[in-house]
Design a protein around this ligand. Structure first.
Ligand code: NAD
Length: 328
C-alpha cells in the first residue's frame, strides 16, 4: 500500500524503514491537520502519531482523497474522531500495547528525579558545588502512592512500585482481579488520593477523564504531594495545577504530556520565543519536571510499534481479522 506517514522524526523513519513489510512509505515531518490534508492525495493509508489531528473535517477531506485506513502508531486514539471515521468507512487501527514497561519506568524515573533531585546534583557537582542544601528527599519505601488506572501501563507500574516497597492504592472503574491477587488494594478515587505522597495517572483521555485533575480534586491531595502524568495532557487542568503549585498544595509535578503539546513537543525550539505562557510558567517552578512525551521512547518499544503497525497494515490489505481495530 501507499502509506503517508506524518509527524516523523529521523528515529521514526529509521525504525519504520527497518521493519517495513513491503509498503511504499512517504514520510512527512509535519503533523496532519486541515491545512496540509491535501498532501494525502494518492495514498490509500495514513500512519499517524499522538499529535496528528484527525477530527471530523480532516476525516471528511481524507475520505474525499481516497484514504481507507488510518494506522495509529500509538495506543491512545483521542486525536481521531472514531465515530466519524466509522461513518465514513475509514478503518482505524492502533498499537494497543508496546512495552508498557517503557512508560512505567519513565514514570518512576520522574518520581526519583523530582524526589532525590539528581538533575540538580548533576549540575551542582559540575560547577564544583558539593553542598547538599536543598536536595533532601523522602523514602519511597512505605510511602503511599495513588495509582489512577491499572491497564497495561498501570499494571507494569504497580509491579515497579511494589519492588520499591510502596503502599499502593489504585482507582480504576474496572479493577484487575490478577492485580488484586498480587496484593493491590483498590478504592474510590477519593480513597486512593487521601494521604498519598505520590499520585500517578495511567488512564486514557476520554470525555469522562478530561481535566480529572482540577481545583476540586487537587483539594483531595495531601498537601505537598507529587503528581505524575505520563498519560495524556488533557487529564490535567493546567491553570488549576499552577495555582496548586503556587500555594504549595502540590509539592512536585512531573509531566511527560501536556495539553497543548502539539505545538511544542518533538521539536527543537531552542532560540524561539515560546508563545505558550502556561508551559513557560510551569518551566519556571523549581519543583516541576517536564519531558517531551518520551515515556514510550525505548528501542524495544519503537521496534514493537513498527512491527505491530505493519502487521495491522498487512491484515487490512489481505482482508484478515483486524484485531487492533478501534471501534466507535
Ligand atoms: P489501557 O487501556 O491498557 O489502560 C487504561 C486503564 O484506565 C484501564 O484499565 C481503564 O479501565 C482505566 N480507566 C478508564 N477510565 C478511568 C478513570 N476514569 N479513572 C481511572 N482509570 C480509568 O492503557 P495503557 O496502555 O495502560 O495506557 C494508559 C495511557 O497512557 C494511554 O491512554 C495513553 O494515553 C498513555 N500513553 C502514554 C505514553 C507516553 O509515551 N507517555 C505511551 C503510551 C501510552
Amino acid at each position: 500500500m501507499k502509506i503517508a506517514v506524518f509527524s516523523t522524526c529521523k528515529y521514526d523513519r529509521d525504525f519504520l524503514q527497518e521493519y517495513n513489510t513491503d509498503h511504499e512509505l512517504t514520510f512527512f515531518e509535519s503533523a496532519l491537520n486541515l491545512q496540509n490534508v491535501a498532501l494525502t492525495k494518492g495514498f490509500q493509508a495514513l500512519c499517524l502519531f499522538v499529535n496528528d489531528s484527525a477530527d471530523r473535517e480532516v476525516l471528511q477531506a481524507l475520505k474525499a482523497n481516497g484514504i481507507r485506513l488510518i494506522l495509529l502508531r500509538c495506543a491512545g486514539f483521542n486525536n481521531v474522531d472514531i465515530a466519524t471515521a466509522a461513518e465514513l468507512g475509514i478503518k482505524v487501527l492502533r498499537v494497543p500495547a508496546y512495552s508498557p514497561e517503557a512508560v512505567a519506568e519513565h514514570a518512576m524515573a520522574m518520581i526519583l528525579t523530582l524526589n532525590r533531585k539528581t538533575h540538580k546534583a548533576y549540575n551542582r557537582i559540575r560547577e564544583g558545588n558539593f553542598s547538599l542544601e536543598g536536595l533532601i528527599g523522602f523514602n519511597l519505601h512505605k510511602c503511599k502512592v495513588a495509582l489512577i488506572g491499572t491497564g497495561n501501563i498501570g499494571k507494569a507500574f504497580y509491579r515497579i512500585l511494589k519492588g520499591f516497597g510502596c503502599m499502593v492504592v489504585a482507582y480504576d472503574p474496572y479493577p484487575d482481579a490478577a492485580l488484586i491477587e498480587e496484593g493491590l488494594a483498590y478504592g474510590t478515587m477519593e480513597e486512593a488520593l487521601k494521604d498519598a505522597e505520590v499520585v500517578s495517572l495511567h488512564c486514557p483521555l476520554t470525555e469522562e477523564t478530561h481535566h480529572m485533575i482540577n481545583a476540586d480534586t487537587l483539594k483531595l491531595f495531601k498537601k505537598g504531594a507529587m503528581l505524575i502524568n505520563t498519560s495524556r495532557g488533557g487529564l490535567i487542568h493546567t491553570q488549576d495545577v499552577i495555582e496548586a503549585l503556587k500555594s504549595a498544595q502540590l509539592g512536585y509535578l512531573g509531566l511527560d504530556v501536556y495539553e497543548q503539546e502539539s505545538k511544542l513537543f518533538f521539536q527543537d525550539l531552542s532560540g524561539d520565543i515560546i508563545q505558550d505562557d502556561l508551559i513557560s510558567r510551569l518551566i519556571s517552578f523549581p519543583n516541576v519536571l517536564i519531558t517531551s512525551h518520551q515515556g514510550f521512547f525505548t528501542r524495544e518499544a519503537m521496534q514493537q510499534i513498527a512491527e505491530i503497525t505493519f502487521a495491522n497494515a498487512d491484515a487490512f490489505e489481505s482482508g484478515r481479522v483486524l484485531v487492533n481495530e478501534v471501534k466507535a
